[in-house]
Design a binder for this molecule. Structure first.
Ligand code: AP5
Length: 181
């Protein structure tokens, strides 16, 4: 399964609930990159420059991180924040083919820009400043939104109204997952 959606849509919040219910592994590229930054690894030092600017970390870095985890994992998984560009989605297709695996659903959390800005500024993570949030939203529109058509064309997309309570959003997600997976 994949969670797709703009910054602040609730991907991390809902991913935690979904993996608690399904027992799948939660793979969040944002969490993995923040852990690398906190550990001060070479990858973390490189990634931090992009994250602080609200830009995407280079595809080869995140694709390598995901490849390593999927190749060593047995069982279901939920990708949160990956893929985020068409080259990342193509790399994921190739990786899943090589593992004889496939996606069952791509869950798109739909939330309007004003609500996203309000949520992120209220949260206050290091990259939740007004300038970085504006940049992250623009990057989402340019580089990640094309994935909606990419997955819709494959019949994998489920649209979820993310502007409801956390419980209501989760109810829609559970219904979409039980229908598709
Ligand atoms: P990442 O960590 O993936 O951040 P993001 O996509 O910007 O998403 P957020 O974590 O900000 O939001 P979310 O959708 O998970 O919402 P959340 O549940 O937290 O990426 C960070 C950076 O890492 C990127 O900018 C990039 O530099 C790099 N990166 C990551 N992946 C990459 C990749 N694949 N390729 C390249 N670079 C990559 O909720 C947000 C807030 O809203 C919370 O306070 C929450 O409590 C609240 N909330 C949640 N649901 C609701 C609700 N229903 N109602 C009201 N409030 C709610």
């Amino acid at each position: 399964m994949v969670f797709l959606g703009p910054p602040g849509a609730g991907k991390g919040t809902q991913a935690e609930r979904l993996v608690a219910a399904t027992g799948d592994a939660h793979l969040s590229t944002g969490d993995l990159l923040r852990a690398a930054v906190a550990d001060g690894t070479a990858l973390g030092v490189e990634a931090k420059r992009y994250m602080d600017a609200g830009e995407l970390v280079p595809d080869e870095v995140v694709i390598g991180m995901i490849r390593e985890r999927l190749e060593s994992h047995d069982g279901g998984f939920l990708l949160d924040g990956f893929p985020r560009s068409v080259p990342q989605a193509q790399a994921l297709d190739e990786l899943l083919d090589s593992l004889d695996s496939a996606l069952c659903v791509v869950l798109l959390l739909d939330v309007g820009r004003d609500e996203l800005i309000e949520r992120l500024l209220a949260r206050g993570r290091a990259d939740d400043t007004p300038e970085t949030v504006a940049k992250r939203l623009d990057v989402y529109l340019e580089q990640t939104e094309p994935l909606i058509g990419y997955y819709e064309a494959r019949g994998l997309l489920a649209r979820i109204n993310g502007e409801q309570s956390v419980d209501e959003v989760f109810g829609e997600i559970e219904a979409a997952v039980s229908k598709a997976c």
